[in-house]
Design a protein around this ligand. Structure first.
Ligand code: PRP
Ligand code: URA
Length: 209
């Protein structure tokens, strides 16, 4: 069974409460989503494997630590996942970035695929799939299946707000994928929006409503 990590860092909690407020406009919403992604990236990378590396300081030679093996990739689920990419790259600037385009059909609530472009060596990387919202789990389970179909083996999923229904679906579909959550909310409403949530993440990031 996959591990579910719920972030308890006070800065993450404070910033999530800020963006939940309906009066927060596009500029602030976008900025703070980026800050939350950066803080969550710090938390979600704390167990990455390290290897020894010989280095020379101005004083002497020594053995330091560096990330082991092929490095990382960040894969946002379009559109709203784009809002988390810069925050992740602030801490892991050499990461490659892939894109998966999915939208939720407004009637069935199931994901519809419209784009997939991944780094060529994605299957050798630790991939962080990012999307601010895990609601029914349709989008994230489909995105992760698309990655697995291309041979990607090491996947983590990161979202700012999750509903219990989505977490359950993810754990059933992908028991090998650990989930990093900023805040676990109560439930979904009849339109499959997260309660209390923050509304439509894509619209709030891009100002489309
Ligand atoms: C939102 C969100 C997730 C998805 C979550 O995207 O960014 O991708 O809904 O819902 P689910 O867990 O029920 O699949 P949306 O489909 O609204 O597309 P957008 O990002 O293009 O606005
Ligand atoms: N997608 C969103 O953007 N918000 C929700 O609450 C659910 C799905």
């Amino acid at each position: 069974m996959s591990k579910v990590h719920i972030m308890d860092h006070p800065l993450i909690q404070h910033k999530i409460s800020y963006i939940r407020r309906e009066e927060v406009g596009t500029k602030e919403f976008r900025e703070v989503v980026g800050e939350i992604a950066c803080l969550m990236c710090y938390e979600a990378t704390r167990d990455l494997k390290l290897g020894d590396v010989k280095i020379k300081t101005p004083i002497c030679e020594t053995i330091g630590k560096e990330l082991a093996g092929k490095k990382l990739a960040v894969v946002p689920i379009l559109r709203a996942g784009l809002g988390m990419v810069d925050g992740m790259l602030t801490l892991i600037p050499a990461a490659k970035v892939g894109h998966i385009g999915l939208y939720r059909d407004p009637e069935t609530f199931e994901p519809v695929e419209y784009y997939c472009k991944l780094p060529a060596d994605c299957d050798e990387r630790q991939v962080f799939v990012v999307d601010p919202m895990l609601a029914t789990g349709g989008s994230s389970t489909a995105a992760i299946q698309m990655l697995k179909d291309k041979g990607v083996k090491r996947i983590r999923f990161m979202c700012i707000i999750a509903a219990p229904e989505g977490v359950k679906r993810m754990q059933e579909a992908h028991p090998d994928v650990d989930i990093y959550i900023g805040a676990l909310d109560e439930r979904l409403n009849e339109h499959k929006y997260i309660v209390p949530g923050l509304g439509d993440a894509g619209d709030r990031i891009f100002g489309t409503k």
